[in-house]
Ligand binder design. Structure first.
Ligand SMILES: Nc1ncnc2[nH]cnc12
Ligand SMILES: [Zn+2]
Length: 322
């Protein structure tokens, strides 16, 4: 049981956390036929590409500032209910633009959701703006420019998500230069769908302090040592990896191996209802499927706080709450 443990999440895509019941209600509200993506209370996809399509389609039923405030508040309330003290949400202004809401209103709705949730439970949250690889390098630069200029104290990081098989990391390096120059924390999806080369590319071209997933680094033990030596923090999402078939089962998942090799690891849920998981389940898996004790799980949560994209005063306050 991990219900007594304090929790932190560094890697969750906001639209990926949309509860199916809420998405169904939103689709009804806007008269959108979502039956190809949502059936019997579950999202429908069969591989990584169709997951991304499903994700983009589901995002289209969140259309107003209030829709985004409600989505954010709903997810953060769920996290607070399981003893979570800090959450970083991956948000995509491009999704706000694509439904005609615009990036500013999109972010403003999300910030209102954070405010409401924090008022109730004290949960702290920050936003990581992401570019989507499958929207192309120019749109990723646009996302970085938006994050850099937003001047919003809750936007503290930049990420690259989406179709990892599209292009190489170097094609997106300019976006990360913009984000780095603006003082944003850097993290990047790599080594999830693509192999170890993708993690090496990310280290070479981006020099991020964190990597989303990174689990396929296990295919190259020299690279695992490089990650350990650099102190790069991996945002590991075991339930997501199994659902997407990155590894056949938890017994083959490299979380424990990476940790024992000295890599700094943390656990997150990625897109919980899409992958039939939740942060609660990920902590339970850490204890059950991976056999970590409370002290080891607390150490991963501490690593997450140490690697969080927050100012030092907030970091100290979070560490004190652990
Ligand atoms: N697991 C994932 N990998 C890459 N892009 C994503 N966008 C949402 N979830 C994602
Ligand atoms: Zn992700």
């Amino acid at each position: 049981m991990t219900s007594h443990l304090k929790k932190v999440e560094l890697h969750c895509h906001l639209e990926g956390a949309a509860p199916p019941v809420l998405t169904a209600a939103q689709a009804r509200k806007y008269g959108v036929d979502i039956s190809a993506q949502l059936r019997d209370g579950a999202y429908v996809w069969h591989d990584f590409a169709s997951f991304l399509e499903c994700y983009d389609k589901v995002s289209e039923v969140y259309r107003t500032e209030e829709d985004y405030a409600l989505l954010t508040e709903t997810y953060l309330d769920e996290l607070a209910g399981i003893n979570t003290i800090y959450s970083e949400l991956i948000v995509s202004p491009d999704h706000g633009k694509r439904i005609g809401l615009g990036a500013d209103a999109y972010i403003s709705g999300i910030c209102e959701g954070i405010r409401r949730a924090r008022e109730k439970s004290g949960i702290e949250a920050r936003l990581i703006v992401t570019g989507e690889r499958h929207f192309g390098p120019e749109s990723v630069v646009g996302a970085a420019e938006y994050a850099a200029k937003a001047g919003n104290p809750l936007i503290t990081g930049f990420n690259l998500a989406g179709e990892e098989r599209m292009g190489r990391v170097a094609d997106y390096a300019r976006a990360f230069d913009i984000a780095r120059d603006a003082g944003l924390g850097l993290t990047i999806h790599a080594g999830e769908v693509c192999g170890a080369f993708s993690v090496a590319d990310a280290l070479d071209a981006v020099r991020p302090s964190r990597i989303g997933h990174g689990v396929r680094a296990i295919e190259d033990l020299d690279l695992v040592k490089r990650l350990a030596d650099l102190g790069t923090v991996l945002e590991i999402c075991p339930g997501s990896n199994i659902a997407l078939g990155v590894f056949p089962d938890f017994a083959s998942h490299p979380l424990r191996h990476l940790k024992e090799a000295g890599v700094r690891v943390t656990i997150s849920s990625d897109d919980p209802p899409f992958f039939h998981t939740s942060l609660k389940r990920e902590y339970e898996l850490a204890a059950g499927a991976f056999g970590f004790g409370d002290a080891e799980i607390d150490a991963m949560t501490r690593t997450a706080i140490e690697a969080a994209f927050v100012d030092n005063e907030t970091r100290k306050a979070l560490l004190a709450r652990l």
